[in-house]
Design a binder for this molecule. Structure first.
Ligand code: NCD
Length: 324
């Protein structure tokens, strides 16, 4: 079954959240609007709404994570769900149990939703195809394939800073596009929101073949790529996914592609600087840029909570309307 068939319920609402491709503009905007309604919760003295009271959510992380796992946990708690965090590298699969057996055991504990991060592309989709019908799967990053909640929190951040008309924006994604699940999801989301100009900027070795087919403009020169950009999204060099040497050295990469205040003069004066984290200071960008007044890197983290609350409540709400 294709992702879109699995993701969307018969009522057109979210059933699972596996990837941006397969979703439509209306659903993306609904996620952003729902997230907007949750930002207030985070600012209240009592940071909770009862929407998912009595529901059990399991964070199933097969790969290390700090901000993604923490913001998923806070989002679930702010929706009043009960949350369990399972770090699988220290758990049953380490003892040889298969992924499906682990899932069957958790299903037997009447879990309602799994949030899954896995090093293999397609893992969340595989699990969604194999769980009991009442369970929702949220993809928190699978291999190099997809990281849809990160892309949505980035879209949310852009909309808050630049307004709802993506058509007038030039967005440049700079860095290791090749190994980035974040870049893939961002490109799909920016296209669905009809962004005026989407650019990817990196050395040839870090750009996947046929990238232009994704509807982006490809640049191998940083100043050219960020010229008059409204938004620059930087990505980490993902050494853990690189097979062999794709770059001469980090120092050379910084010289050519590291974003500094001086190179930023090519972009619009009010350019917004983003990064999904973790940042490698002095590799993909200078500290002055990361901590400067145009950087919204920490706002991205805060917005992650509201956006994850939106996705989790939407996936769960659909099931309440159409009980199995
Ligand atoms: C990203 C990820 O894990 O894909 N980080 C994140 O979710 N905040 C990007 C990265 O690891 O560089």
């Amino acid at each position: 079954m294709k992702h879109q068939d699995l993701q969307i319920g018969e009522d057109g609402g979210l059933r699972h959240f596996l990837s941006i491709s397969g979703l439509n503009t209306e659903l993306l905007v609904r996620i952003l609007d729902t997230a907007e309604s949750f930002t207030g919760v985070t600012e209240q003295a009592i940071k909770k709404v009862p929407l998912l009271r009595g529901k059990t959510i399991v964070n199933l992380f097969f790969e290390a994570s700090t901000r993604t796992r923490t913001t998923f946990e806070l989002a679930a708690k702010r929706l009043s769900a009960d949350v369990l965090n399972i770090n699988i590298t220290q758990s049953a699969t380490a003892k040889g149990e298969s992924l499906l057996d682990t899932l069957r055991n958790l299903e037997a504990m009447h879990v309602d939703m799994f949030v899954i991060r896995h090093a293999d592309s397609g893992a969340a989709h595989f699990i969604a195809s194999n769980v009991a019908p009442h369970i929702s799967i949220i993809n928190a990053g699978d291999g190099r394939h997809s990281h849809p909640t990160q892309a949505m929190l980035d879209m949310f951040t852009i909309r808050r800073v630049k307004g709802p008309d993506f058509g007038r924006l030039r967005v440049a994604i700079v860095g290791d596009i090749m190994h980035s699940r974040v870049a893939r999801s961002q490109i799909h989301a920016l296209n669905l929101l009809n962004t005026g100009d989407v650019r990817i900027v990196a050395p040839k070795t870090l750009i996947p073949a046929n990238s232009e087919a994704l509807g982006v403009h490809v640049f191998h020169d940083l100043r050219e790529g960020i010229r008059d950009a409204d938004v620059i999204i930087m990505l980490r060099l993902q050494h853990e996914r690189m097979l062999g040497a794709l770059l001469p050295s980090e120092h050379e990469y910084y010289e050519l592609f590291g974003v500094t205040e001086e190179k930023l003069t090519a972009a619009k004066p009010d350019v917004t600087i983003m990064h999904p984290g973790p940042i490698n200071r002095g590799v993909e960008m200078d500290s002055e840029v990361a901590d400067g007044s145009r950087s919204v890197i920490l706002e991205q983290v805060s917005h992650g909570i509201a956006v994850r609350m939106a996705v989790m409540s939407m996936a769960m709400h659909r099931r309440e309307e159409t009980p199995e």
